[in-house]
Design a protein around this ligand. Structure first.
Ligand code: URP
Ligand code: ZN
Ligand code: ZN
Length: 462
């Protein structure tokens, strides 16, 4: 199955790459194919798809005095289990820090640890003369996208002047600007008022982060990008009104793109409201879960069909309840933001095929092909074709996957945001550059197999 169609074929892998995609029953220089190779993976009755590309993860991200609980080792192992063979993680530069040092720290965390291939985006948490000057250097390092935050004043926040200057530079260089589009200063006022009124429970995280403040920031990001001529990629979109901004901008010919995440398709504020005690903290993430009654989830699915949203990443940012999420027991503002999903994206999105929300081909497109094209990896990743890396997933549509802590969980977390989810499909075999990482016998991956990916410029620049 590819982003453009499906058909029966044999895939011949030679070393780390795909050598040929052949009609079933083809021979190899006159020899029977199956008799001429070292190993045959029988995928009869199953789908063979390009390995998943998760373009938004945060292994070991420092946040609110703690750090995301998956290391590059545990997080990429979980990714492999779930059929994701490439991640793009976010290296962090903070205000006052050199971009070069921020990136070096992320290389040090990931080198020798990853089970699957990895690239980096660069978070620029402090836009100043130094970090602006480093943007050209990033491209040479194979980092062709960077993220700015309109949220989190005092942590990563960029004001409009800083955003404009970074976008001007990005437009010159061909860098893709990734935007966390929420109005942080306004959110912080609302959050402080809620806490002062005694509304400290996890649910109020989502109340403070109103959809109006996502819509407004999305619009502002679009217009700032438009003034500079820079392409724009809005991360973790959860409000239907933010999607409507993207759709309007695209209809007006602007070069803007949007990503959503499985949590914004499946989970809602109502579930968080119904959770006992402090359990709602499991689902504290930013942007927040939105109200199902308001129709945000249905709108995300629709936007994936109409291409108003182009792809699905996880924003994998796991924190345990014990010692981490619990930091916010008396004040939701101290709950570290994030959900862990890197293991489940391929399955959760496949369930959208089962329920008829998206086609089989669209599943491949939004989980692998478009992420590879968007972030300069296409050709090596995102496609099953001669010359591509042999990153392959055999997916069994007659299999079944039960998600939860006692079931198929490999992420370094003491709970699952996806407890009890059932998927009518199963990741059977996962191959990364010709090495089988997962098969029905279990896990065969190892830290250090995964290599750093220098990325080309986005294919979506024009
Ligand atoms: O809640 C989230 N999304 N945590 C990770 C940081 C970010 O803004 O992507
Ligand atoms: Zn963000
Ligand atoms: Zn993120």
């Amino acid at each position: 199955v590819s982003a453009t169609g499906r058909g029966a074929a044999d895939v011949l892998v030679d070393g780390e790459t795909i050598a040929a995609v052949l009609a079933p029953g083809s021979t190899l220089l006159g020899h029977d194919l199956a008799a001429s190779v070292d190993r045959v993976v029988d995928a009869t009755g199953k789908y063979v798809v390009p390995g998943g590309v998760d373009a938004h993860t945060h292994m070991e991200l420092p946040f609110g005095g703690t750090a995301a609980s998956d290391t590059f080792e545990t997080g990429t192992r979980a990714a492999a289990w779930g059929g994701t063979t490439t991640i793009i993680d976010f290296a962090v530069q903070r205000a006052g820090e050199r971009v070069e040092d921020g990136l070096a720290a992320w290389h040090a965390k990931a080198a020798g640890s990853c089970a699957v291939d990895y690239g980096f985006h660069q978070i620029i948490g402090g836009v100043d003369e130094d970090s602006l000057a480093a943007m050209g250097w990033l491209v040479a390092e194979g980092i062709t996208s960077y993220k700015l935050f309109m949220a989190y004043p005092g942590v990563f926040y960029a004001d409009d002047a800083q955003i404009l200057r970074a976008m001007q530079k990005a437009a010159d260089l061909g860098l893709l600007t990734m935007m966390h589009a929420e109005n942080g200063p306004a959110i912080d006022v609302l959050a402080a008022q809620l806490v002062a009124q005694g509304n400290t429970a996890p649910l109020f995280h989502g109340v403070a982060r109103a959809w109006q403040l996502e819509e407004e920031a999305t619009h502002r990001a679009i217009m700032l990008a438009d003034v500079t001529g820079a392409p724009l990629y809005v991360v973790h979109v959860s409000a239907k009104q933010a999607v409507q901004q993207l759709a309007w901008a695209r209809d007006a010919g602007k070069n803007v793109f949007g990503e959503t995440c499985p949590q914004y398709l499946y989970l809602s504020l109502e579930e968080q409201l119904g959770a006992p005690g402090f359990d709602g903290a499991k689902w504290v993430c930013s942007t927040p879960l939105r109200s199902r009654a308001e129709g945000h989830q249905d709108h995300m699915w629709q936007a994936l069909r109409t291409n108003d949203l182009q792809m699905v990443s996880t924003d994998h940012c796991p924190f345990c309840m014990k010692g981490q999420k619990e930091l916010g027991l008396g004040d939701f503002r101290a709950i570290p933001n994030g959900i862990g999903s890197v293991e489940h994206r391929m399955d959760l999105m496949y369930q959208g095929v089962v329920t008829g929300e998206i086609s089989l081909e669209r599943w491949v497109e939004i989980t692998s092909t478009t992420p590879a094209r968007m972030f300069g990896l296409y050709g090596r990743k995102g496609v099953v074709a001669p010359g591509a890396d042999a990153d392959l997933v055999v997916y069994d549509p007659s299999g079944h996957t039960s998600i939860g802590i006692g079931a198929t969980h490999h992420m370094n977390m003491d709970h699952s945001a996806w407890e009890g989810f059932e998927v009518d499909g199963h990741v059977d075999v996962v191959m990364s550059r010709g090495e089988v990482l997962v098969d029905p016998d279990g896990y065969h991956g190892r830290p250090g197999h995964g290599r750093y990916l220098r990325r080309d410029l986005s294919q979506y620049l024009v």
